[in-house]
Design a protein around this ligand. Structure first.
Ligand SMILES: [Zn+2]
Ligand SMILES: [Zn+2]
Length: 420
């Protein structure tokens, strides 16, 4: 196994310090001007212009996405991805560079991701004598709504760039800034949302015998769905089934003719996911039959996020490179998160292995304070909170270094000749 050539990393990162003002200014610009999913026009313009200056060949794909390719001799092809979109959240951090767009905030840290990958692209482009291969940077729109990675693929990504040997990504998390966390296998859950409409027979509220009551039917389905995790899923196996919305009727004295349920599920493997989806369908069909529903339920899947399931070999290679570069005390084993991502749509479209790691971004002092309080839940604002506020230093620097080091664990390993 090729390991990181520390000499190449040192060469690529030698101007990182000189770029710290640029990194902070770039981050503050993204943070102050957040853009919602598929509306990342200004961010895309900034990124595309910068990548062109650095010498990348630039394509605008997937609506507001930006893809840059830097071919630098023979060797591996590495694709690194950053997501771009902000959230419909009103910022409450009070930071001097807080959002200037009412009701929109980079509350998930995608501004950190854009800045870090742009910084890595800049440094890699400036030091092409220190590595060999191809570096592809993908700035992906609309992660939050689960459609951005798919939009890039639907726009022909797999035909428009070289096939990557590995695809890499990172997410800033409420871990102490200065820390990285990575793990092989599932690190983020698969998520699916379902819209289920069950049909009854409407009637006057005083004449239930003339009806098939969809309210009672839907209530029965809600209760029965609770048995999927408690009775059908092996204890210790991860699955979540949540009914997030249940809508029927409009007034007290009318029995409506339909009810709609919005259901969200999470899982760490396809077997569990398939089983849970089949169980939902079976329960809905069974309850509809029991209620005498006049027509089959409509079941529609939407907002689907695939499993993020890190390739073991790629993750071992990158973890080793991180440990060499950052010191083993800065790299921890990631705990699988119940949140979800559409990142893996990209590597899966190429059939390429991938690794996705977590980047600490929170002020380490907050963790000390939380421990002092003996609180079970640390008082550290998490992603999507209006108070989410990664500290710029050392988060941005670490984000750049992580991308460079991870990429070089592939690119450097196949250099035709080494200068050190
Ligand atoms: Zn998010
Ligand atoms: Zn995010």
């Amino acid at each position: 196994m090729a390991s990181l050539n520390s000499g190449a990393a040192a060469q690529v990162l030698k101007n990182l310090g000189a770029n710290s003002d640029w990194l902070e200014a770039t981050y503050q610009q993204f943070h102050a001007h957040p853009e919602l999913s598929f509306q990342e026009h200004a961010s895309g313009d900034v990124i595309a212009a910068a990548l062109s200056t650095y010498g990348f060949s630039v394509q605008r794909l997937g609506g507001t996405g930006v893809v840059g390719v830097l071919v630098n001799g023979d060797g591996a092809v590495v694709m690194s991805r950053a997501d771009m979109d902000a959230l419909p959240v009103s910022e409450a951090t009070g930071l001097p560079y807080a959002s200037t767009v009412p009701g929109v905030m980079h509350a998930c840290g995608h501004d950190v991701h854009m800045t870090a990958l742009l910084g890595a692209a800049k440094l890699m482009a400036e030091t092409q004598g220190s590595w060999s291969g191809s570096f592809i940077v993908v700035f992906q729109p609309a992660e939050e709504v689960g459609g951005g990675a798919r939009a890039l693929v639907d726009d022909g990504l797999t035909h428009k760039v070289p096939r990557p040997d590995v695809v890499l990504g990172q997410h800033v998390m409420p871990l102490p800034a200065g820390m990285l966390a990575t793990a092989a296998g599932p690190v983020l859950s698969a998520a699916d949302s379902l819209r289920i409409t069950v049909h009854g027979k409407g009637s006057h509220g005083s004449m239930p015998h003339m009806s098939v009551d969809p309210v009672v039917l839907a209530a029965s389905i809600v209760m029965k769905l609770q048995t999927i995790v408690s009775r059908e899923t092996k204890p210790g196996e991860f699955a979540v089934v949540t009914v997030g919305a249940l809508n029927a009727g409009s007034t007290a004295n009318i029995i409506p003719d339909r009810a709609t349920l919005l259901v969200n599920i999470r899982s760490y493997n396809d077997t569990v996911r398939t089983r849970v989806l089949a169980a939902i369908e079976r329960i809905v069909e069974g309850e509809c039959a029991a209620a005498g529903s006049p027509q089959p339920a409509d079941i529609e899947l939407y907002d689907q996020f695939p499993l993020t399931n890190n390739d073991a070999a790629a993750t071992e290679r990158i973890s080793e490179a991180f440990a060499v570069h950052f010191g083993s005390e800065a790299v921890t084993v990631a705990t699988p998160q119940t949140a979800s991502e559409d990142f893996s749509v990209l590597p899966n479209a190429f059939g390429a292995p991938y690794s996705y790691w977590f980047l600490g971004g929170s002020d380490p002092e907050l963790f000390v304070a939380a421990q002092d309080n003996d609180g079970a839940t640390p008082a550290v604002p998490a992603n999507h909170s209006p108070l989410f506020a990664p500290v710029m230093n050392p988060t941005l620097s670490l984000g750049v270094q992580a991308h460079v080091v991870a990429a070089l664990s592939y690119l450097d390993g196949r250099m035709p000749s080494r200068s050190n």
